[in-house]
Structure formats: structure tokens, C-alpha cells
Design a protein around this ligand. Structure first.
Ligand code: GUN
Length: 307
């Protein structure tokens, strides 16, 4: 697909271009819908949510709404916070067994008494649209064609929209979670970038970040990345979404990057909200279409992501 450059918002002469994640996400969703229309039946997404964490509820409703708007089947199975691991496992098995469900997502975090890795392992790997099953994580590391976690996939789409060739580029990832940090580093490495993965114990993190042509942060620490951490002209991708109270019982979502400082230094930057967030949902839909196509035997030729 060739994309226009309409999602880049040019600001003043000295400041970064700001990525319009909603606009780019719309393009990804349209592409997914186009592909879905070539399949034998509508793609089906099954979501499991445990407990009533308000942020998770909002995310899940957003995913369901977007999927339904795109014409997908989108079912949410809600379980109480005290459901326990066996019932979560059963919910996954129920979606595994459904012919009309192509993609399964178990919203994270799960309650403490439920083992996340065991639940991820229970998902049929061919329906694992979050890319968190060990098989898909391994496929990503080894460069074979699997399902890739939605947020890093969305980040990669943004990065490619401004820098199609990452060969030899210095990339720094802040955060080492299974859902964002680790797959993000694998994706950048597969694109031949030189990748440094940093985390809470990394020394001299500021100096390491200042070397980054591409900086991706996913730690949930509002304002961690200051303007002084950024190499002039760098691509800065902010995955952080922390709800910060602003009084009157209201919240504002803040990213990991001190945006007002960073926008003066970076070449391209994603805002929060409106940057990576919409891309995560869009990539969930494209992963669901991909899983549906594979399950219906209409797989595209596998693309090996590493040499
Ligand atoms: N919680 C926050 N982001 C995500 C996500 O991308 N997938 C799942 N399953 N849970 C999440």
C-alpha cells in the first residue's frame, strides 16, 4: 500500500512534525476492511476482560466499537475480578473452539491470582492477535511470519511512514515488557537497526537516548524523557499512557515524554493522546484479518522479516 503524508502535521519551523495517529490509523483500518472484503466471511474478534478496572473497560469498549464499525464480529466476555484462573482459561477455550472467532485478546493486566503467561499459552496461536503466545514471540525473534503485538506493530508503521529504511539506524527502546518493549526491539532489529534496549536498571540512560535516531519509550512514567535526552531531528515514539488526576475527579492521559520540550528538539514525534493509541486498535483489526485469512487458507505469501 502506498500512503500519502497527510498524517504528518507540520508545526513551526524549528519544531518537530507531529504524527496524526488517528489519521494513519484510519488508513490502516481501511486497508484491513478492504482485505476483509475479499474473505469468505467477516472476521471475528473475541475479547476476554476480567474485573472492572476503568481504564481496561474503556480500552475494551474502544476495541469492540472499532471492530464492529469495520463490520467485524466482536464479542466481549466479561468475568468478575474474582473469577480465578480456571474460569479465564475456560473463556479462552470457548473462543478457541469457535469457528467464527479468528482473533482472541485477553485484556491485560489480569488479576494477581491469574498467571498471565499460562493464559497466553492457552490461546490458539493462530488466533493470538495480541502476539503474546510463546510461539508468536519466538516467530518474531526468529524472523518467521507470525502475529505481532499490536502496539509495536503500530509504532513500526509510524516509523516506516517517515523512515522506510532503518538499516544501520541507532534505535533505543525504553522498557522491556513482553507486550511492547521486547517485541519493539525485535522488530527494529529485523529492520537492520542497531538496537539498545534500556530499562529501570540502565545506567546513563540519558546519554544512551541522546544517541538515538529512533527513540521508543514504553514505561508509563509521565515526563520521563526530557528534551535534553533527545538527539536533534530524532523520531520519538511515545507509547506511555498514564492517567494523571487533574482535580474534580477528572484525569488526563500523559505520555512518557515531556512533550513541550521534546517537540522543539525531535524531528518527528507522536502526541499522547492521538499518536500510538489509535494505531494499536487499528493493528488489532489488521491482525484479526490476517488471522482470519490464514484460518480460511487465504494466506498471503509469508514475509520473512529478517535476513
Ligand atoms: N492492556 C493494555 N494494552 C493492551 C494490549 O495491547 N493488549 C492487551 N491484551 N492488553 C492490554
Amino acid at each position: 500500500m502506498s500512503r500519502g503524508s497527510g498524517w504528518i502535521v507540520q508545526t513551526g519551523e524549528m519544531s518537530a512534525t507531529i504524527v496524526d495517529g488517528r489519521k494513519l490509523a484510519n488508513e490502516v483500518v481501511l486497508e484491513a476492511m478492504e482485505r476483509a472484503s475479499t474473505l469468505g466471511r467477516r472476521p471475528g474478534l473475541g475479547v476476554v476482560i476480567v474485573g472492572n478496572d476503568p481504564a481496561s473497560q474503556i480500552y475494551v469498549r474502544g476495541k469492540q466499537k472499532r471492530a464492529q464499525e469495520a463490520g467485524f464480529l466482536a464479542e466481549v466476555m466479561e468475568l468478575p475480578a474474582d473469577a480465578g484462573e480456571a474460569r479465564v482459561h475456560e473463556a479462552v477455550e470457548a473462543f478457541n473452539a469457535r469457528e467464527d472467532i479468528d482473533g482472541i485478546l485477553v485484556q491485560l493486566p489480569l488479576p494477581e491470582d491469574v498467571n498471565t503467561l499460562r493464559i497466553m499459552a492457552a490461546i490458539d496461536p493462530e488466533k493470538d492477535v495480541d502476539g503474546l503466545h510463546t510461539l508468536n514471540a519466538g516467530r518474531l525473534v526468529q524472523g518467521s511470519d507470525g502475529l505481532i503485538p499490536c502496539t509495536p506493530l503500530g509504532c513500526m508503521t509510524i516509523i516506516h511512514s517517515v523512515m522506510p529504511d532503518l538499516t544501520g539506524v541507532h534505535a533505543v527502546v525504553i522498557g522491556n515488557s513482553n507486550i511492547v518493549g521486547k517485541p519493539m526491539a525485535s522488530l527494529l532489529l529485523a529492520e537492520r537497526a542497531t538496537v539498545v534496549q534500556t530499562h529501570i536498571h540502565t545506567r546513563n540512560i540519558e546519554a544512551i537516548c541522546r544517541e538515538a535516531d529512533v527513540l521508543v519509550t514504553a514505561v508509563g512514567k509521565p515526563g520521563l524523557v526530557r528534551g535534553s535526552w533527545i538527539k536533534p531531528g530524532a523520531i520519538v515514539i511515545d507509547v506511555g499512557t498514564t492517567r494523571v488526576p487533574v482535580g474534580d475527579g477528572r484525569y488526563r492521559v500523559r505520555g512518557d515524554v515531556a512533550f513541550e520540550e521534546a517537540v522543539e528538539i525531535a524531528g518527528t514525534i507522536t502526541p499522547v493522546p492521538g499518536g500510538v493509541g489509535p494505531m494499536t486498535i487499528a493493528c488489532l483489526l489488521s491482525n484479526t484479518v490476517k488471522a482470519s485469512a490464514r484460518r480460511q487458507g487465504m494466506q498471503r505469501k509469508a514475509r520473512v522479516v529478517a535476513d
